[in-house]
Design a binder for this molecule. Sequence first.
Ligand SMILES: [Zn+2]
Length: 473
Amino acid sequence: MNYNLLDEPWIPVLFRDGRYERLGITDTLTRAHEIRQVAASNPMDRVAVLRFLLALLYWCKGNPPRDAQTQLHEPLPSTWFTALTAHRGVFELFGSGKRFYQYGGLGKKKPLSVNSLIHEVPTGTNINHFRHSIDGEDGLCPACCALGLIRLPLFTTQGGQGKRPGVNFKPPIYLIPAGDNLAETLRLSWMQIKNLGAPIWNRDTYHIPIDGEILFLEALTALPRRVWLRNPDIEDRCISCGRFTDLVRECDFEGAPKRELPNSWQDPHVVYFLNEDEIRSARADNTMKPGGFRTDRPWSRLMERFLGAESLASRDTDTRFLIVGFASDQTKYIDAWERTFTLPANTNRIAASDAIDRWSAAGARMPWRIKHPSPQRKPSSNEKAIIGSIRPHIEHTISSNLTELVTWDDESWNEASMEYRKLMEGVAESLSPGYSTAAVRRRGYLSRVLPDLSQKQNDVSETEPEDEEDADS
Ligand SMILES: [Zn+2]
C-alpha cells in the first residue's frame, strides 16, 4: 500500500473562504497563504502540524531571508520546496522500505493498539471514558496515524519503564504566534537559528546522538517512541475522525534508546521560568491531583512570565497567540485546552506582568484576610478550603479575556476584585452561620472582604501543588 504524505490528503485545513479540506504536505505549504488555519478538532494537532510544517520550512529553505518579517502576507514560493520531491521516500507511511517517523526491526514485544498514537482514544484497560474503543478492533485511518506520529515529539509523556517523555519532558504549554493565514503564522515563528542541524528523517537510523547538544531540527522532530504501523486491513470507521476507509489496528510502540537530554535545549514555543534555581516550563494544570483544583497559578504565572519574556519583541501591531496545554500525569491523559490571546500593539508588558503578579498574590492572601478578629491566628483549614473553592471560578472569569487584561489599569483591577463580592456572601453564610450578634456581625464583615491589591509582595507562603516529577530529570 502506498500512502505518501506529500500528496495524500491528511492535514485538515480551513481556507480563508470558509472551505474545509484535507491536503497533503506540498499543497499545504504552497497554498499556505490561502489557508486560515489548521482545522483539527484537538488543539494538540494544531500545534503538532504547525511545528511539523515549520520543521519542513527550515529543512527546505534554511534560515529565513532578511525580509521575512516584512513579507508576512506573501505566499511561500513553491520553488522553496524542491527538497520534498527529491526526498519523496521519506514521507511514505507504509511499505517495506524506509517509512515516515517509523522504525523497522522491532516487533520483539506484542504489538499495541494503534490508538496509542491518539491520546483521546482510550486503550488497554482504561474503562472510565465517555468514549469506548476495543484494542485490535477499533483502529485509525492512515491520515490519523500520520497526525498521531507527528504528535510524538511534542506530547509524549512518561509511559512506564523504558518509555521516556519527549524532548520537552512533561508536555509544556505551547505558545505560538498566529497570523491571518498559515503562511504568515509560519513566518512569524521562522527566526534565525544559529545551528539548525538536520531533522530525524534525514538520518538512516532515525537515532539522534545519545549525548551532546541537541540541535534545533533534531529537537523539533526527535521521536521518544519507536513505532511501526501494521498494514491497513478491512474497511471500517476510523475511531478518531469517523472516516470510512481501510484501518490500521495495531502497531509496534516501544521506547526509544535512553538519551541524556542536555539542559541547554530551550524550545522557542515554550515559556520558561525560574523555580528554586531550576528552569522549568509552564505546564497545564492537573486538576485531578489532590488540591489541583484549588489554585489559579497556571494562567497568572504563564502570563507573568510570558509578558516578561525578553525574547518577545514589542510589536507595533497586535499579535495573536495560540496557547495549547496538555495536562497529563504520566500515562494518564487529563485535559487538552487552548486559548487564543491577542497582545495589543505596544503593550506595557512590565506593567501588565506586575499587575497580574499583584492580583495573583492578593488572591492567595484571601484566607488571611478573612481570619478576623484575631489577627495573630493562622487561617483554619476551613477558611483556606472555602477560598480555594471560589477562586477557580473567579480566576476563570478574569482570565477569560486575556487580551483586555493586559491593558487594564489599577481602576480596572479594582473592579475585577468585585468578582469576589458576589461569592463572599456565600462564604460568610457558610463560615458564620446562626443568629447571635457575634455571628451576624462576623457575617457582615466577611461578606465585605476583598483582595488587597496594593501590596506587591506575596507575604504568605501559599502551598501550591507542584509537579514533583520531571519524570526523567
Ligand atoms: Zn481518521
